[in-house]
Structures are given as C-alpha cells and as structure tokens.
Design a protein around this ligand. Sequence first.
Ligand code: 5AD
Length: 430
Amino acid sequence: MCYAIPGKIVEMNNRFAVVDYFGEKRNVLNDNQNIKINDYVYAQGGIVVDKIDTKEALKILKFWKQKFFELKVVDKNLSQIKTGETAKKNKNILAILQKANQNRTLNRQELLALLRLKDKDELQLLYKLANNIRQIKNDNACCVHGIIEFSNCCKNSCHYCGIRKESHIQRYRMSPEQIIKTAETAVRTYGFKALVLQSGEDPYYSDEMLELIVKKIRALGVLVFLSIGLKKSTTYRKLYEAGARAALIRFETSNEKIFKTMRPGTNLSARLNLIKKLKKMGYLIATGFLVGLPRETEGDIIKNILLTKKLGADMYSFGPLIPTIGTPLERQRLMDKNLMLKIIALTRILDREAKILVTTALETLDKNGKKEGLLSGANSLMINVTPPDFRKKYLIYQGRPDKNKQIGKNIKDTVDLLFSIGRAPTDLGI
Ligand code: 5AD
C-alpha cells in the first residue's frame, strides 16, 4: 500500500526499507543511495520515488495527522456489515458469502452463482462484503494516478477500439518535449506522484525517445507507469533501466477464439508472455480485460479474473466495453452496471490485497460508477492530465465524462468524493 503523504524511513537494509506513517509501517524498495534513516520520503506501489525536505514533510504531516484518522473512521463505518443486512437472504447465497468472508476458496459454481446475482438486497450484501474485505486488508488508501495519453496512433485493428487504424479520427502524437512538459505540470502544479504514459501501439516512438521521456519524468520524483502495448521485451528492459517501474497491459480476454476475432493479427500468447516477462523484470504489473465482448460467457469472465490473478497482477484493470460508433462493435448492447460491480466484488473476494481500478469506462457507463465501484471493493483511480486539445482526440470510446473537464476541477471532485467515503487519496500529494 502506498500513501502520497511523506513517510519516515525507520529501518534500512540494502535496497529494503521500512517507512512509518503515523505508526503504520510499510515495507518499501529503495534505489536511492542518498536516502538514510530518519529521512522523509514519498513511496508509491512499495517503491521510494522521492526524498522530501524534513521541514516541508512536517508541514504536510501536520495537515494530515487529524485527517488521516478521521477518514479511517468514516471508511470503517461505511464498510461494516450490520446484522440486519444478512437477514432474509437466500440461504445458499448467504453460505457462499460466509465462505468468502472466511477466505475459503470458492468453487466455479459458487463464483458463477455470485456473478448471476440479481436480487437487489443480495447484490448490496455482496458489494458490502467486498468493501469490508478491502477495508480490513488494505485500509483506506486509494491510489490516484495521473494519466497522459500521448499518442492516438495505432497499428492494430481491434474491433472494439475507436483508435484502431481504420478509424477516421484526427490523429496526434505529442512530442517528447510536450509529454515531459505535461508531466512537469502534473507533478509540480497538481502534485501527482505516479504517472501513466499511455498510447496506441505506435511504432513512431523509438526506444531512445521513450528512454529520454522516462528518464526525465522519473527525475521529477514520480513512479513512471508505461501503457504502450506490445513492444519487444528488450525495449521494456531499457525502459526499466531508464526508471520505469510499472506497466499496464491488459490481455483483453483469456478466450483465445474471441481474442483472435477481436484483435486480428495479434496473438494472445505473445501478450501473456510479455506480461510474464515484465513481472520477472521487476515491473509492477497492471493487467486485466474488457467485459462484454461478443460471445463472451459468464464462465469467460471468471476465467479472466483468475488469469489476472495468476499473472500476479499488482493492480487489476478491467472495464466495460463501450460500443463505439465507427467500430465493428458499434451495435453491441451496453451492459448493465451491476455486472461490473459484481466483477469488482468477485475480484476483491478472490484477491484480497490487490489494487483494483475503477476505470473511466465504468464512469462512462454510469455517472455513479466511480463511487459505487469504490464501495464494491475497488481502491484505485486515474485522473486524466492530458492537455485538452489532445485528450478530446483520444477516442478509444465516446462519451467519456472527463472529456472536457478541467484537470484542477477533476482532482477536486475526486478528492471530495474520496473524502466523503473516508478514503485517503494516495499518489497525489495534496
Ligand atoms: N470500450 C471500453 N474499453 C476499451 N478499450 C479499447 N476500446 C474500448 C472500448 N470501446 C480498452 C482496452 C485497452 C484500454 C487502453 O482501453 O481494453 O486495453
């Protein structure tokens, strides 16, 4: 777990260190030779990203001291299951939820029964249980990463995606200088401590260009998160050396037939192999799938969650398909929000300590998606920091609620939402 509030280094042993946050201890990795015991640092995803001046740290901690404990109380109250909530429910479902609560392994039939829940009260109980597990295992930290969408050019033809090469959209590529400048603003003006660099699969950016971008952004004192698709593992190796420490790459679907149809010319095993290699290289891994592809069954969804877990995901990233005009899937039916909430809850039951993202696609599906996702087991978010002129052209799907939203306003709304449900926004140095 990471807090973007300064923590104090209280133990050190080579690359391993222990950081203290108001008495809570967290293990972290530290590559910075200049950091010593008693220094204050920012850590992200278990990695020290920056050292912070003691005076400055104490000032920030003064603000946080009271807030930190106040938020935890709100979160705890919201996530407690009260006895009345379990009355009058289907006995079979109650028994499965009880089993999940005791951290006993659920079999396929039980997982399917939860995924098929329809009754409103039973759904609420499932979400509450997942939220409760999240609170007990992860406390109230919520990652808030910034995301820069630096190119909407893509060499692929994925049937679901609005930036597939056949799409008649206005294309853009941000220059390395523009990307670095955007990152500087995100860090210096808005206080982000982790930045995701996302693009279509765009061969235009050479290894040298990407290395320069990563180095410069890493030097701002943030966790650099890559979301650039399938590249050679040697490229990812160079980018790790340049300072990138996390990679977001969804496998999209574990169903080989669906993968083949939806992603012509690409290959599921190559994608899975790359994810495995990146994990071995030391990258923090964010991966997951799309929900609602044609011919997908409930069994496929369960397989997708289990595969994400098997890949050792540090962060789960899955979202609903948003049918997009101009793509082969433009006529696909929009899914029910509850299916997404059930998947978040099941994921939390199956992987109690993971980070689970609420994606913008869920917010696009339903304007309350962000809050409801967070109350169903999720604990991570991203805020778009792409300059507006580029952002509105990053049309993976249409109708994104953050399309025209000012960055400052989006941060304020997100922080207000998080505070209202007792979550501490991490990765954002506020
Ligand atoms: N709806 C929702 N998500 C989409 N993605 C691509 N197209 C869509 C769409 N129409 C997702 C893919 C990709 C991520 C960057 O965006 O899962 O991995």
